[in-house]
Write a protein that binds this ligand. Structure first.
Ligand SMILES: [Zn+2]
Length: 76
């Protein structure tokens, strides 16, 4: 399923959301709809709790969007 990263223009919150079709998510922090889609969308959630995004060191990975070494979404 498609999981995308979004950045809230209002409160600068970064969050991940599962999006179907052309639906736009709202910010879980301030409920604003002014969110920007980030390009680092990946098929895996790095963590499952809360609404915050935690970026583990992705430097050693071939996939820039997530910490996994193989990612169906990114093609690596
Ligand atoms: Zn917000």
């Amino acid at each position: 399923m498609p999981i995308y990263e979004y950045h809230c223009d209002k409160c600068s919150n970064d969050f991940e959301s599962i999006v179907f079709g052309k639906e736009k998510p709202v910010c879980p922090s301030c409920r604003s709809k002014k969110v920007s889609k980030l390009m680092s969308a990946c098929g895996f959630l790095s963590k499952g709790t809360g609404g915050e995004t935690v970026r583990t060191s992705a430097s050693s990975s071939s996939c820039g969007g997530c910490s996994a070494s193989s990612c169906a979404s990114c093609g690596h």
